[in-house]
Ligand binder design. Structure first.
Ligand code: FES
Ligand SMILES: [Fe+2]
Length: 437
């Protein structure tokens, strides 16, 4: 087996002329590669941390691990949203140990009782007289994340103080995020999924944009779930991201800087993935919702917003799944293990009927007992087990559709776009010049 060590340049075969794209499987198992990913990707990216609807009022906060660091997202008493590093300036303990809370006036470290206000300022030290003149309380507030950007309620942070501005980082993915956020006054529904997989994090990037696996991995969704809820196995527009070449308008695209989608938003698409379900189970709520969208955006744009994009990736690890109203992030803790968070993001304008139907659709597919998540966990953990043979069987193939034979949702262009950026970051520390085929 080739030993790549710290040399990332040979991990990808990208032969555009012959239409061959391969990934060396050490990318999924090697500790040195994960170390490089942490330095060159996760520490130099805009990372999704949360949504303002999770902590809407002054005194509200959530805590979360973002790229391995504990973070507090807080709505401070001055009305500002802040992302603070959740570590006490005394001797390091987590200052806030709750997942979520409201009406907080202070955060008190339980270890020796140092007290910070919701702006992160250090306000109380038990026995402060024991410190010298040189001790400067003002300078010992909770450290903010080096960069934070609130984009229409989505909070992104970066650990790189020199990070390029958010809009340029987003490149052609920004209109897709806008299309998602145009669905209404968006909120993260209370409660979210936290789960883990014995699999490399990049397998979930691939899987979340993989139209090719749908009919096989999620066969029961098509043969059982859809008929059981009164939607024929071949109901128009379903199963969305699983659709193949014949789903009109399903055009995968590289969106620059590693962002990619399985299908661009398109007013001529037959429907969104959720459409038949919502039409059947929330007809009145959906009609009112469509009127609202059309009044705000015009008919064509309203359709584009309602039907959404195909699953899309904001590099490196924010996956937005319009067809099931999902935001999802995932981080590696080791080459063969990742921790995943999934949220339902829905319009506040929903009637109770429409919200109920959206949640059923979301849970039926994405939930822990749903028709996708357990199947995908099984699929990805199986790949990781297969990678035990990586010394004998060195390469994975991601060539599908590379020479234009497959333009539809089962192309693997969207994965190649991710891998090209991944490869450029590791090999050069820069964005890929071109992530397209
Ligand atoms: S570590 Fe927080 S008060 Fe000592
Ligand atoms: Fe899947």
């Amino acid at each position: 087996m080739a030993d790549f060590g710290h040399n990332a340049t040979e991990l990808v075969i990208d032969d555009k002329e012959s239409g061959i794209f391969r990934i060396h499987r050490s990318a999924f198992v090697d500790d040195d590669i994960l170390k490089m990913e942490r330095e060159k990707i996760f520490d130099k990216a805009w990372l999704f941390a949360g949504h303002v609807s999770e902590f809407p009022k002054p005194g509200d906060f959530i805590t979360r691990t973002v790229a391995g660091r504990p973070i507090i997202l807080v709505h401070s008493d001055d009305g500002e949203i802040r992302a603070l590093m959740n570590t006490c300036r005394h001797r390091g303990n987590l200052v806030c140990r709750e997942h979520k809370g409201s009406n907080a006036e202070v955060f008190r470290c339980f270890y020796h009782g140092w007290i910070y206000n919701t702006r992160g300022e250090l306000k109380g030290i038990p026995g402060e007289e024991a410190y010298s003149e040189a001790f400067d309380r003002e300078s010992l507030g909770l450290e903010p994340a080096p960069r934070m950007h609130n984009y229409r309620g989505c909070i992104f942070i970066s650990y790189d103080p020199e990070m390029e501005d958010f809009e340029s980082y987003m490149a052609d993915a920004l209109p897709l995020l806008d299309n998602t956020l145009d669905q209404g006054d968006m909120e993260f529904v209370e409660g979210h999924f936290k789960y883990s997989m014995r699999a490399n994090w990049k397998l979930l990037v691939e899987n979340s944009m993989d139209g090719y696996h749908f009919a096989f991995t999620h066969e029961r969704f098509i043969t059982h779930f859809l008929p059981d809820v009164g939607l024929g196995a071949h109901a128009e527009g379903t199963p969305g991201p699983g659709s193949t070449e014949d789903n009109v308008g399903a055009l995968p695209a590289a969106l620059g800087n590693g962002h990619a989608t399985i299908a661009l938003p398109n007013a001529n698409r037959a429907s969104g993935a959720a459409t038949p379900y919502l039409e059947r189970y929330a007809p009145e709520g959906l009609e009112a919702y469509r009127k609202m969208l059309a009044a705000g955006h015009g008919k064509d744009k309203a359709k584009m917003i309602e039907f959404g994009s195909g699953n899309y990736l904001i590099f490196p690890n924010l996956m937005i799944i319009d067809g099931w109203f999902v935001f999802r992030t995932f981080y590696p803790t080791s080459p063969d293990y990742m921790e995943i968070n999934g949220w339902a993001c829905m319009p506040k304008e929903d009637s109770p009927e429409l919200r109920k139907a959206r949640l059923e659709w979301y849970m039926g597919f994405q939930g822990p007992g749903g028709f996708a998540t357990p199947d995908d966990v099984e699929g990805l953990e199986g790949c990781q087990m297969g990678f035990k043979t990586h010394k004998e069987v060195e390469w994975s193939d991601i060539s599908r559709g590379m020479n234009g034979n497959t333009k539809g949702g089962s192309s693997e262009l969207q994965m190649r776009a991710f891998w090209r950026e991944w490869h450029a970051r590791l090999a050069t520390g820069q964005h890929a010049v071109d992530t397209n085929d």
